[in-house]
Design a protein around this ligand. Sequence first.
Ligand SMILES: [Zn+2]
Length: 350
Amino acid sequence: MRAFQLMAHGTPGQFQLRELPEPHPGPHEVVVQVAACGLNRLDLWLEEAGLPISLKLPRTPGGEIAGRVAEVGSEVRDWKPGEAVAIQSNLFCGECEFCRRGEESLCLRGEILGVQRDGGFAEKVLVPARSLVRLPGELAFETSAALTLAGSTAMHMLTNRASVRAEDWVLVIGGASGVGSAAIQIAKQLGATVISTGSTDAKRALAAKLGAEFVVDSTRPDWPAEVRKLTSKRGVDLVVEHVGGEVLRQCFECLARAGTIVTCGATAGREVPLNLWPMFVKQQRLVGSYGRNRSAIHATLEWAAAGRLKSVIDSVLPLEQTQTAFTKLRSRNVLGKVLIKPVAAETIAD
Ligand SMILES: [Zn+2]
């Protein structure tokens, strides 16, 4: 089978489209034929060796996978070839204290698909059967691959790590990003008034189209003052943050009394100075979020099937053009998800 593999780290890294042996499942594993796989910031971190994890190369990136079960292991009872599935990219053991209570995002033996195991920029992927999620209804592979990772990250942040009450003010940082575009829609559905940020006219227009009532220009140094003004100086109840660095510090300037910042990323910096005095006086919370539990993936895909959560797709490229996809994402000149389709639709139809 063909796989697009990272051979050496760098910016850009060295990639090769390689012919690899067909994967075969162990007793509790399945092979999935990949219909579509979304590209994420995580893939760029793998490319540039920017993750605090020891990595082995070559590696096939890609964690946001939708496809059909091609082959199941001898002990797999719940799945059969031909079923349409998504894959939970934060692989989990199913046995530790956190997995047993449905908190797979906290698994003690968790691994990231496409980082610590070969992922979906390939015709086939080999994964533990427990990581499969059935695609509801007629949900398209492309829609699933555009929401499974970033969309469920947002679902986990807004419904598990934090909560939204009707009439809350919610600030979504980077409303045109994968996490941001889902977060705007989820917060709206839960009854919030949404303010978002965007760095270009096109990104701000997308955030507004997805339901943000107000969109501020994040390239303006005084953007937090704009957020305070929109809320009559009160501040917002919840911030959905995934950038880190100075942006996280600025989010505190936007936060109301008893407000919460939930964060899942640190592209702009992992060490952030924090002024504790206003934080405890205003009784605010800073909450970490990582990956997602199965419940969040199920909710994300069910919302998508019901039309409550829409995917935003920038472009769909064949496997041969995966490097172009990496370049596009790194340029930040994308509006929505870049998808790779390793196997032609007619081959995977049933
Ligand atoms: Zn576990």
